[in-house]
Design a binder for this molecule. Structure first.
Ligand SMILES: Cc1cc2nc3c(=O)[nH]c(=O)nc-3n(C[C@H](O)[C@H](O)[C@H](O)COP(=O)(O)O)c2cc1C
Length: 213
């Protein structure tokens, strides 16, 4: 029998009325059987500073990293600012991409090997450019993003949402549901068995390599 999976979701927008955060909450109401989704608020994550990291991860960052390690998969709601991912999102990923202080460079970060779902709401092209950049970032940190079905929702010229924040566009609802189902299947295909919170990979046991750590 297929196992249950736990997904950690976060949004690259901090504003209260964020469509992207809203999309995560809508996703929570249409999860496939066997999937749970916890939404993590990135607001308390400070700006990345290596000097600060050397003193120990700040509490909000440590909690974020722990929750990522404990999750079977991640779901990122990715807004688009100036054709790219938001600084908020990139900053959070940068914190999560680093190894533990007591571990040698090249050890797996919390993000290493995580299955990843990407969804987003933006203006005319519905975050398609930012999502491609997020795929590129996923290469750097060795997350495994789901490619299809894509969920990029435009809130122009007429919004896919009603005034109460309900997702009323039927196609958008369908793609979101299909994305969640595909993320479930993708996670089980990659990891039929639950992974320990710290995945020790062969690469982790090898000497540090340039560009990682
Ligand atoms: C600084 C800034 C830059 C933006 N650049 C883009 C962009 O390049 N492409 C786009 O689709 N929307 C862009 N937008 C519009 C946002 O995608 C839109 O406001 C969206 O609703 C933000 O996500 P949120 O509702 O989750 O906060 C930009 C918004 C801001 C504030």
């Amino acid at each position: 029998m297929a196992r249950d999976i736990h997904v950690l979701g976060f949004s690259g927008s901090l504003r209260k009325g964020s469509y992207n955060t809203r999309l995560l909450h809508i996703a929570k109401d249409m999860l496939p059987q066997g999937m749970t989704l916890e939404i993590f608020d990135l607001s308390p994550i400070p700006l990345y500073n290596e000097d600060v990291r050397q003193q120990g991860y700040p509490p909000a960052v440590a909690e974020f990293r722990r929750k990522i390690r404990e999750a079977d998969a991640l779901l990122i709601a990715c807004p688009e600012y100036n054709y790219s991912v938001t600084g908020v999102l990139k900053n959070a990923i940068d914190w999560a991409s680093r190894v533990e202080l007591h571990e040698p460079p090249g050890s797996p970060s919390p993000l290493y090997g995580k299955p990843l779902g990407i969804i987003g709401v933006g203006s005319r092209y519905g975050t398609v450019r930012a999502q491609l950049e997020l795929h590129q970032i996923a290469v750097a940190v060795n997350m495994f993003p789901l490619n299809k079905p894509e969920v990029y929702i435009s809130n122009l010229p007429t919004s896919a949402f009603d005034e109460q924040g309900n997702l009323i566009n039927e196609d958008s609802r369908k793609f979101l549901r299909q994305h969640l189902e595909a993320l479930y299947d993708w996670t089980l295909r990659l990891y039929p068995q639950p992974q320990p919170a710290t995945v020790e990979t062969q690469e982790a046991r090898q000497p540090a390599t340039a560009g990682r750590g």
